[in-house]
Ligand binder design. Structure first.
Ligand code: ADP
Length: 188
């Protein structure tokens, strides 16, 4: 199994690159943001509860997302591999993911970080907010809070994967095709 964590701040291009990567490498796209939005759309209790956090730019509690990820992995045990997008977002999530994958004998192969500066990220998110209908992309205060949460809660995962010799950075400021090319070089 090829199990890749695609890492980076909100707006870095994880979703865009994931779509291309799953097409090329036939991996399963596991985006916790997408699953949470689908739950909200379906009007489930989980979706309604999660939305209270998402609207404020806060993280949904670890046990909720870890459970969702465990289900999705268990539904796809014969997959070639997974692209984890937007997960893990805390060290506790990283540890839980390692535990699940190690049990299966298919640990994370690489953690690839898309690096983009905050001015560019803000521009991209506000632009996405104009068309996506995502409330969390339309309000600058919410966007700022997501960066704060990212820097405090999520960024420590860089060191976590670096300590395992799995961390790699890619310049996410480049054009979509260039970034995709850089990612393919790593995966091939
Ligand atoms: P982005 O990376 O653009 O912020 P996502 O679609 O990955 O967007 O996530 C949207 C929101 O969903 C996050 O701001 C957070 O509230 C919630 N969320 C997604 N993934 C996780 C996760 N792994 N842990 C906690 N909350 C999450």
């Amino acid at each position: 199994m090829k199990n890749i964590v695609l890492f980076g701040p909100p707006g870095a291009g994880k979703g865009t690159q994931s779509e291309r990567l799953i097409e090329k490498y036939k991996l399963i796209h596991l985006s916790t943001g997408d699953i949470l939005r689908a739950e909200r759309k379906a009007g489930t209790t989980l979706g309604k509860k999660a939305n209270e956090y998402i609207e404020k730019g806060e993280l949904v509690p670890d046990e909720v997302v870890i459970g969702m990820v465990a289900n999705k992995i268990n539904e796809n045990l014969n997959a070639i591999g997974f692209i984890f997008d937007g997960f893990p977002r805390t060290t506790a999530q990283g540890e839980a993911l390692d535990e699940m994958l190690n049990k299966l004998g298919h640990p994370i192969t690489k953690m690839i970080a898309l690096e983009v500066d905050e001015d560019e990220l803000t521009k991209r998110l506000l632009l996405r907010g104009e068309t996506s209908g995502r409330a969390d992309d339309q309000d600058e205060a919410t966007i700022r809070n997501r960066f704060k949460v990212y820097n405090n809660e999520t960024l420590p995962l860089k060191d976590y994967y670096d300590a395992q010799g799995k961390y790699l950075g890619v310049n996410g400021m480049n054009r979509i095709e260039t970034v995709f090319g850089d990612l393919c070089k790593i995966l091939d």
